[in-house]
Design a binder for this molecule. Structure first.
Ligand code: 3PG
Ligand code: MG
Length: 392
């Protein structure tokens, strides 16, 4: 991948606009997980150290375009970021018509998704943004799979457009992990639906040796193997697809294992009572909410034997203490394993935080959807735009 990089540029006295992915979870106006903010700090500090006037852009959530809505305001992000940087961060509510900024200052522009035309990648909007800066830096790896005005369009119009250090590092680490991986290569993909991850599962099957599925996805595979899943979340329309993927794995000499045992409950709630069942004993009124202890041991052993582990998605409802053991076992196994491990996705990052294993993961990506699209081998539009502008 060839593109211009921020660290190659003279930024002194320049208006440097950095597209970040500050799409972080909030609760009552406070940032509850600041991993994405912390990941952006080296880039922001580098721009400041080099004498730039720093303009930050980000989206937050999915607000209705053209409508200001306080619950999607970046105000809590500006406050939190200012604390992390120990430097004032001014939130600029109306910014498309321009604003004053001096070298050494940081302005965070209000949520880009309040602007009509952001998601449709409107060229006029992209040009307006481009006109506010001397250098545009794309550093939002987590949003690089979106061809939006502030992620893709602006790259075509900015006086200079380059990749920031976070984006460059994400692409480098993920590519390294995927091109010549240590074998066996194991992917763990959780999530609620096979349908939203079907292409991911398919393309992973062509790359990896083993695939562990978790959550609602696993329920569909359990049902496809002929077991009763009771009231569990699963997709009856995708049983054939699940069987096809299982056959695909066998053809390659690998497997998509079906859990031996599961943890069930009679309702989806935090305090629901939990029972361990053999996979062939799930009752009609029960929901599968986690893998069972025997399965957890099997999966941990697979992780120990792997050379590379890709982790996206928990295997159970780890937010509920009674159904957290399976995901904890996966997390602990990854922590102690010598495999090169890469993890991405919001739930996965939350699990890594909850089980405190970040130091045992080789590379933690800030991307969710972007991480998966990269793993699938899809082109990330923002990266393609940077490559298209590159003239060595
Ligand atoms: C993410 O959280 O995955 C990114 O910030 C992209 O957000 P989006 O799915 O709303 O485009
Ligand atoms: Mg490890």
């Amino acid at each position: 991948m060839s593109f211009l990089r921020m660290d190659e540029l003279d930024l002194k006295g320049k208006r440097v606009m950095i597209r970040e992915d500050f799409n972080v979870p909030l609760d009552a106006g406070r940032v509850t997980s600041d991993a994405r903010l912390r990941a952006a700090l080296p880039t922001i500090r580098m721009a400041l150290d080099r004498g730039a006037a720093v303009i930050l852009l980000s989206h937050l959530g999915r607000p209705v375009e053209g409508q200001y809505d306080e619950q999607f305001s970046l105000k809590p992000v500006a406050e939190h970021l200012s604390g992390l940087l120990d430097h004032p961060v001014t939130l600029q509510k109306d910014w498309l018509n321009g604003f004053d900024i001096q070298a050494g200052e940081i302005v965070l522009c209000e949520n880009v998704r309040f602007n009509p035309g952001e998601k449709s990648n409107d060229a006029k909007l992209a040009k307006t943004m481009a006109g506010l800066c001397d250098v545009f830096v794309m550093d939002a790896f987590g949003t690089s799979h979106r061809a939006h005005a502030s992620t893709e369009g602006v790259i075509h119009h900015a006086p200079v457009a380059c990749a920031g250090p976070l984006l460059s590092r994400e692409l480098y680490e993920l590519e390294k992990a995927l091109t010549e991986p240590e074998r066996p290569m194991l992917a763990i993909v959780g999530g609620s639906k096979v349908s939203t991850k079907l292409t991911v599962l398919e393309s992973l099957m062509t790359r990896v040796d083993e695939l562990i599925v978790g959550g609602g996805i696993a329920n569909t595979f359990i049902a496809a193997s002929g077991y009763n899943v009771g009231q569990s979340l699963y997709e009856p329309d995708l049983l054939d697809e699940a069987q096809r993927l299982i056959r695909m794995a066998h053809k390659k000499g690998g497997e998509i294992p079906i859990p031996k045992d599961v943890v069930v409950a009679k309702s989806f709630s935090k305090d629901a009572e939990a029972w361990v069942r053999s996979v062939d004993e799930v009752q009609d009124d029960e929901l599968i909410l986690d893998i069972g202890p025997l399965t957890a041991v099997d999966y941990a052993a697979m992780i120990q034997e792997a050379g590379t582990v890709i982790w996206n998605g928990p295997v159970g409802v780890f937010e509920f203490p009674n159904f957290a053991a399976g995901t904890r076992a996966i997390a602990d196994a990854i922590e102690i394993s010598n495999a090169f491990s890469i993890a991405g996705g919001g739930d996965t990052l939350a699990a890594i935080d909850q089980f405190n294993i970040a130091d045992g993961v080789s590379y933690i990506s800030t991307g969710g959807g972007a991480f998966l699209e990269f793993v699938e081998g899809k082109t990330l539009p923002a990266v393609a735009a940077l490559e298209a502008r590159y003239k060595p």
